[in-house]
Design a protein around this ligand. Structure first.
Ligand code: COA
Length: 373
């Protein structure tokens, strides 16, 4: 049997038409559209449609998707009750459980037809956002803000989170962050979601697997670690000292390195610019400048590039988003990619069941009665 590298590095595990990455050239594309083209021209809703359908929507299709996303924003009162009841729990634990709960109150939950699964993907997109904003309002003793049907996905998220309608720059910044986090080929959470879908389990179970995988600090959890590192250090010199200490003790620095990219993560290019722009507007330019210095130092010392999580941290912080919502917000965006991959898996399914290279004891160990062990 072939022995694979640890962590399935470099292993091609499935065919997929959704996302292409060239880690040597720093290329990322969704359905053939370069991420830079999408960052310059698309809205998040267009990207959701693109990921699900493999092409850009016309005006009527885009309006239809937007209307469906607005229609499905409200969450069942039992889910809202749970979200309020969990209080100050870890937001990713809350999200994993609440998203899983959605299936209990969806009459279509057991319908595995392509039409029903597409409808459920729309509900998951809309309601994951509502769960996150409802949770944050309730845990802070605030009233829940009903969505505004005239607002798009990004603006409505910020509105229902803060109670204030964002200006154009804030809306565009958040929309762009959503676009950049939407999909990334067979990253750990998407793979987890596809493995669950490949057993022909339902879409709610599949995205719940994805949320569990995203939570870890080696994946989506890194953006929270980045901002904590920057804030705890307090100053540029202290941050640099912290990085040296970590490297000397062989500890990883959050927001750096990548399994696939050997060059700059193309998403970081946009997030770096956004972090600077928002930093100037909101008085957090110091965070951007410290980030920039850390990036240069780590590149010099270790040859490591910043990944998507490094500058998304200062970007979200400048947008006024609570730190422990950074990873849930990643999930709100990645829901588009997870659902696209799950729908693709259902269309051409085969159970995902790899093998392990056995490294245990020789087979045929003698049985030892319990008194003699
Ligand atoms: N800080 C310091 N060193 C790092 C590093 C980091 N963030 N990322 C990788 N390295 C080093 C490793 O120590 C290792 O060095 P060595 O060969 O001298 O032992 C080498 O680079 C390869 O790292 P490895 O952990 O084997 O790579 P991987 O492909 O398994 O891991 C990540 C990829 C993303 C998990 C890893 O880079 C990491 O842990 N980064 C920090 C967490 C993070 O930002 N995650 C979000 C990813 S988008």
């Amino acid at each position: 049997m072939a022995v694979t590298g640890a962590g399935l590095e470099g292993i091609v595990a499935t065919d997929s038409a959704i996302c292409f990455i060239d880690g040597d050239l720093g290329i990322l594309s969704y359905q053939g559209f370069d991420i830079h083209t999408l960052a310059d021209h698309a809205t998040f809703e267009e990207v959701i449609f693109l990921l699900w359908n493999g092409r850009l929507p016309n005006r009527q299709e885009l309006d239809g998707l937007k209307a469906a996303l607005v229609k499905h924003r409200p969450i069942d009162k039992n889910v809202a009750g749970f979200v309020g009841w969990v209080g100050k729990s870890n937001p990713m634990d809350m999200l994993r459980t609440a998203v899983s709960m959605l299936s209990l109150y969806d009459p279509q939950a057991k319908d595995m037809s392509p039409e029903a699964n597409h409808e459920k993907a729309i509900k998951l997109m809309a309601q994951t956002a509502t769960i996150v904003t409802t949770f944050d309002r309730l845990r802070n003793g605030k009233t829940v803000v009903d969505g505004d049907p005239s607002l798009g996905f990004a603006a409505n998220f910020l509105y229902t989170l803060t109670g204030k309608k964002p200006d154009e720059v804030m809306e565009r910044a958040f929309d762009l962050a959503m676009i950049l986090h939407a999909d990334h080929e067979l990253n750990a959470s998407t793979f987890a979601a596809r493995v669950t879908a490949a057993t022909l389990s339902d879409i709610y179970s599949s995205v719940t697997s994805g949320i569990g995988a995203l939570k870890g600090p080696l994946h989506g959890g890194a953006n929270e670690d980045v901002i904590r590192m920057l804030l705890e250090a307090g100053s540029e010199s202290a941050a640099l000292q912290h990085v040296h200490d970590r490297l000397n003790t062989k500890r990883k620095i959050p927001g750096f390195g990548h399994r696939v990219y050997r060059t700059e993560d193309p998403r970081a290019t946009h997030l770096r610019a956004m972090s600077e722009e928002l930093g100037k507007r909101t008085g957090h330019l110091d965070l951007y400048l410290t980030s920039k210095k850390l990036e240069e130092t780590i590149k010099d010392l270790k040859g490591l590039n910043a990944n998507v999580d490094f500058y998304s941290a200062s970007t979200y912080y400048s947008l006024g988003i609570p730190i422990d919502l950074f990873t849930p917000i990643f999930a709100v965006s990645r829901m588009s990619g997870w659902t696209a991959h799950i729908l693709e898996q259902y269309r051409n399914n085969r159970l995902i069941r790899p093998r392990a290279e056995y490294t245990g004891k020789a087979v045929g160990q003698p049985w030892i009665p319990i008194e003699q062990r």
